[in-house]
Design a protein around this ligand. Structure first.
Ligand code: SDX
Length: 380
């Protein structure tokens, strides 16, 4: 039977309203995205990621004193207990950094000072959200060291979240340009309504489970290439194409063979993803500045063919991929960077869910066999 038989069924829940939220709005017709009323382009170009995180978690943009206080708390909460690193060190060296990140959060949870507080404790949830935000860049950055057999570094109090990740990842003081590009990408990645990973987080805490369990669900859900994993796959695709003069033939061939082009398309945006508009500008400027225009030239050709042939546009993962590459970030850290940003949105959604909770439990239509007759095992 087809989906059309069931008027209330929408495959992939497309178009289904899953809840009411005050956190962000996607306006497909105008290709815009607002976090609590603020245009994401303003937030990315005029503010820093910490301001955006404050806006999401506390519901308003911070004044200077509030921002200073948040940065101080983040600096104080950045470290994780040694046992978390010990747990991460048990994983094989080929573990994907998303799994290391998930392991890091799972190992940290019981050390959290509010671990034993009930899921309905709002103040504890907000405090957990800040600690999750503070520790994410440390877990990802030092996770990268651990898988190389290096010892974790101690985070520096004066660093921003973007700088903390870059410093731990490379062991070197990040330059201002690199930190700025990463910082604005974190703002763009921070929040996006009822996307799959955020929905997974909300489902998890709707059982009155805790924020750390929600983060583990979120990381697991984000990892797939139809979601956050697309930024890694998009870069591998650009590498496979290799050079601008190969791009046109490659994309035509891929489309003929019904391949999904990674970093293109979106369930919500039928035109351009506003984050991709912003990130493309950043990525192109960066590429020109660093004299590495190979990827942006290939990207232009892919975008042109996808638009003219399929009316499909890049999403944020596409320009983010080659911007991160030009910044020298290893490809398999791209989705973990998404985690560093998105924990702010995930936590905010989980807090919102728990403030007005009802168990999330949809229906499904049974199409399996009926009236089966029990046969003893010896006769099967
Ligand atoms: C993120 O939801 C969010 O908000 C997510 C996110 C966030 O911030 O949280 O924005 C982050 O996950 C971005 C998306 C990253 N994924 C990719 O880049 C993977 C490639 N994109 C696609 O597979 C796809 O576009 C999705 C998964 C993003 C959306 O899938 P839908 O809404 O289920 O659409 P679909 O797969 O059913 O496609 C509809 C049509 C199909 O053609 P027809 O069969 O109708 O002829 O569009 C075509 C598809 O073949 N299509 C593509 C395509 N995306 C859609 N064709 C080729 N390449 C693509 N990328």
């Amino acid at each position: 039977m087809s989906a059309a038989t069931y008027p209330n069924y929408s495959p992939g829940l497309e178009g289904v309203i899953g809840g009411i939220s005050t956190i962000s709005e996607i306006i497909s017709e105008t290709s815009s995205l607002v976090y609590r009323g603020y245009d994401v382009h303003d937030l990315a170009s005029k503010g820093c990621f910490e301001e955006t995180a404050h806006l999401l978690i506390y519901g308003h943009l911070p004044n200077q004193a509030e921002l200073d206080a948040l940065k101080k708390t983040l600096a104080n909460e950045r470290e994780v207990p040694e046992q978390v690193y010990t747990a991460m060190k048990q994983m094989p060296k080929n573990a994907h950094p998303m799994d290391l990140t998930k392991a890091g959060f799972v190992a940290y949870a019981p050390f959290d000072p509010d671990y034993a507080k009930p899921a309905t404790d709002d103040a504890a949830n907000v405090a957990k959200a800040i600690r999750i935000l503070a520790k994410a860049s440390t877990i990802v950055g030092n996770g990268h060291r651990i898988r190389q057999g290096l010892e974790p570094l101690k985070p520096k109090a004066e660093h921003t979240i973007a700088q903390n990740f870059l410093y731990l990842m490379s062991g070197q003081e990040p330059d201002a340009k690199t930190a700025h590009v990463l910082d604005s990408s974190l703002t763009l990645y921070a929040e996006h309504g009822y996307n799959a990973s955020t929905f997974a987080c909300r489902v998890t805490v709707s059982t009155l489970s805790d924020l750390f369990s929600g983060v583990a669900s979120g990381i697991g859900t984000l990892r797939g290439p139809l979601h956050g994993g697309a930024n890694e796959e998009a870069m591998r695709m650009l590498q496979e194409i290799g050079a601008p003069d190969k791009a046109e033939a490659w994309i035509h061939d891929a489309l003929t063979n019904k391949k999904k082009i990674m970093g293109f398309g979106h369930r919500e945006y039928k035109k351009r993803d506003p984050r991709a508009i912003y990130m493309t500008k950043v990525a192109k400027e960066l590429s020109a500045e660093k004299g590495q225009t190979n990827w942006s030239e290939i990207a232009d050709i892919l975008e042109h063919v996808m638009e003219t042939e399929k009316n499909i546009y890049p999403n944020v993962d596409f320009p983010a991929a080659y911007a991160y590459y030009v910044l020298g970030i290893p490809i398999d850290l791209y989705t973990p960077i998404f985690v560093i940003a998105r924990v702010s949105g995930w936590s905010t959604h989980m807090i919102e869910q728990l403030r007005n909770n009802r168990l999330i439990r949809p229906n499904c239509i049974y199409e399996g066999p009926t009236s089966a007759t029990w046969v003893p095992i010896s006769e099967r």
